[in-house]
Design a protein around this ligand. Structure first.
Ligand code: SF4
Length: 439
């Protein structure tokens, strides 16, 4: 029987030493990095759901690919090793592929980076999947079996999510897992210029509720009352009726987290429905206090309206993680200070702050490349969201690094972190559906 080994190279990374030390010491940052690191690689588990029955597979996740991990992959004696990597981990993926290929194995890479930089990736992998993996995966496996792998597999037509297979959660093993992922939609109707995830794999699509009920059923066979994180770009940007899925979430007692934009706060009926279905937290992109990004469309609104929407979401019993991006054009040390003051006085129950990062395939990357502002000495491994990778304006690189560290240090200091913990407890205590969990 042919065998494929699935290898995710994900998890948070930071290059700049001072920022790394800060991340190790600030409890709020540690918690979020830990949560991201616990997420299973849904893309690979989904591809495993498309395997023909005569293929066997294994799933090998490990934080670093040392000699022991490589040996474990080789011991599977796979006919193909399927790797997924983010931009920040792609250089590790290239090194891993070279090691595996010199051990006589064949490798294939997929993911957002492979889609945006396909030609680059073909120099390191036997094959590269550009774009969505589902439409081409059976062909990749058939070609691997026939010893006829092609350098590039690409299906330009968007994959209909109604045909999405149920991810192979069984590959995660029996060890208790703190959280699971499901994907309920792909893409986004908005077009923020820094955002690649919402465009690179095709336009906005929603998975029907019936598929989601089936996927949830598979998760609950492993974890009866799961904690879920939706791998979505903007869950509530569309108008689909999610009632059967929300009912199933409520019935199994799931608690869940997802990403959306603040306009959710202006839809009272939907808010009540998702709170009753166990929605605990939503990440909302607020981006910047002073600066505006191109492509934000109707997400761009005045602050009083946005803050009213955040209040409404939190009053429904759902904590908001306000997501800010530092370093876009026009950012100054004074504006970073203002952002810190705004966040510290805000009602936000949690916060995420990252540096603007021009990921390949985004309009932002193309603009900075044309302006010769990408830093040639800072390759893909610096695209961590915590390292400066371009020449900011008007700040210098060193000024932005320092200003960003100070912003992060102020927002994630012990007392503001405790204050946000108390806010979250109060929000959840007001939600009858979550009260036992909040206590
Ligand atoms: S709203 Fe969010 S998902 Fe949509 S384009 Fe903007 S950043 Fe991307």
């Amino acid at each position: 029987m042919p065998h494929v080994t699935y290898v995710p190279l994900t998890g948070a990374r930071v290059r700049e030493e001072a920022m790394r030390e800060l991340g190790m010491t600030l409890p709020g940052l540690q918690a979020r990095a830990g949560a991201v690191g616990q997420l299973p690689a849904l893309g690979l588990l989904t591809l495993a759901g498309l395997q023909p029955p005569h293929w066997t597979c294994s799933y090998r996740e490990t934080p670093t690919y040392d000699h022991e991990a490589i040996q474990a992959i080789c011991n599977d004696r796979p006919d193909l090793v399927a790797v997924s990597a983010l931009t920040a981990s792609v250089e590790e993926a290239y090194r891993l592929s070279h090691r595996l290929r010199s051990a006589g194995l064949r490798t294939v890479l997929g993911g957002l980076h492979a889609t945006a930089c396909t030609a680059e990736a073909t120099a390191h992998f036997n094959a590269v999947v550009a774009g969505e993996g589902e439409p081409v995966w059976p062909t990749v496996l058939a070609d691997a079996e026939a010893n006829n792998l092609q350098p590039i597999y690409r299906e330009r037509r968007p994959f209909a999510l109604v045909r999405a297979p149920v991810p192979r959660f069984d590959l995660l093993g029996v060890a208790p897992r703190p959280r699971f992922t499901l994907q309920t939609q792909r893409g986004c109707p908005l077009a923020c210029d820094f955002c690649g995830a919402s465009r690179l794999l095709g336009g906005f699509r929603e998975k029907p509720a019936a598929n989601l009920v089936q996927e949830l059923g598979d998760v609950t066979r492993i974890a009866p009352r799961p904690l879920l994180e939706f791998a979505d770009d903007n869950t509530f940007a569309g108008k689909r009726d999610l009632t059967p899925f929300l009912d199933a979430l409520a019935e199994c007692g799931a608690r869940w987290f997802t990403e959306t934009d603040w306009r959710l706060g202006e839809d009272g009926a939907r808010l009540r429905g998702i709170a009753a279905a166990g929605c605990v937290q939503v990440l909302v992109g607020l981006e910047s206090l002073d600066q505006r990004h191109a492509g934000m469309g109707s997400k761009q609104a005045d602050w009083p309206r946005t803050l009213d929407a955040i209040h409404a979401i939190q009053e429904a019993g759902i904590a908001v993680i306000g997501c800010f991006i530092a370093g876009c054009d026009g950012e100054t040390l004074a504006s970073l200070d203002r952002t810190a003051g705004f966040i510290l006085a805000s009602p936000l129950a949690d916060v995420q702050i990252t540096l603007q990062t021009p990921f390949p395939g985004t309009a932002l990357h193309e603009r900075l490349r044309r302006q010769h502002r990408l830093l040639p000495t800072r390759g893909w491994s610096h695209y961590t969201l915590f390292d400066v990778t371009y020449q900011p304006a008007p700040l210098s690189v060193v000024e932005l690094e320092k200003g960003f560290r100070e912003l992060v240090g102020a927002v994630f200091a012990t007392e503001p972190t405790r204050r946000r913990q108390r806010l979250r407890r109060n929000i959840w205590a007001n939600n009858p559906r979550l009260r036992p969990w909040a206590s």
